[in-house]
Write a protein that binds this ligand. Structure first.
Ligand SMILES: [Zn+2]
Length: 254
């Protein structure tokens, strides 16, 4: 079938992989940028794809590599527009590829991969005592500037006798999965709390996040010492001020 060729302004040495014909793809998708194909799948399901949404179920095996290539091509165009001579400047020669890989495979990876599997344990010893997990290191980026957010999180859980408990390391893995997306701190802690409530069904869950926002330090007001602290209190932590106080006082000692 003859295809209409539109001239493409390509600045990258390695042009992004366009979708090749595969059994899983519609014929009409051939030649379409991968991001557009994925976006169409999301829109067909009327799902949301904001910066802090996970879109793993719309991505097929092997497609992340293609996304890296597409992002690299566009990142190269950004460097060109910044009037950086990536040809002669050996430091920036492969920057577009490096940044693309960093975004898709590392710092924003929580958008593109499935939620880590959580092994749940029945609460055999019927614990109903306050558990505090943390500090968990948080590495994220703000949705506004894509500047790093570096901080710590503490999670308080008051399980019920019926709660399913998850292994300690899973709190970190779940936190990382949520944070490895362009985020807004206030929304990130709420999302994490929702997820933990759903998984563990505790009597209460509390989260405190304390972070440096590099968009305050690197740019803007250049306030090097400003931090943002916020918390979410659910269930028993909301109703019982003694429990809340116990949780917060234990954090102060760390
Ligand atoms: Zn920002």
């Amino acid at each position: 079938m003859p295809t209409k060729k539109t001239p493409v302004k390509s600045v990258s040495k390695t042009p992004a992989k366009k979708v090749t014909q595969k059994s899983t793809l519609k014929k009409s998708d051939v030649g379409t940028p991968l991001s557009v194909v994925i976006r169409r799948r999301i829109e067909a399901q009327k799902a949301r794809f904001h910066a802090n949404d996970n879109i793993a179920k719309f991505i097929q095996p092997g497609e992340l590599e293609g996304l890296v290539d597409e992002v690299a091509e566009k990142m190269q165009a950004v460097l060109e527009s910044l009037v950086i001579d990536t040809e002669s400047d050996h430091n920036t020669k492969n920057t577009s590829q490096r940044v693309a890989k960093m975004f898709v495979k590392e710092v924003f990876n929580g958008r593109y991969v499935e939620q880590p599997t959580l092994t749940k344990f029945p609460n055999v010893s019927r614990l109903n005592e306050l558990m505090i997990i943390g500090p968990i290191t948080v590495r994220s980026a703000c949705s506004h500037h894509l500047c790093p957010i570096m901080g710590r999180i503490w999670i308080g859980v008051l399980p019920s006798k019926e709660s399913a408990l998850i292994g300690l390391s899973k709190y970190s893995r779940l936190t990382e999965w949520v944070m490895c997306r362009p985020q807004i701190q206030e929304e990130a802690v709420v999302e994490l709390a929702d997820m933990l409530e759903k998984k563990i069904k505790p009597v209460g869950v509390a989260i405190v996040m304390d972070a440096d926002h590099f968009c305050m330090q690197w740019r803007g007001v250049k306030d090097r010492d400003s931090k943002m602290v916020n918390s979410v209190m659910r269930g028993a932590f909301l109703k019982d001020s003694n429990l809340r106080r116990e949780f917060l006082s234990l954090l102060e000692k760390r």
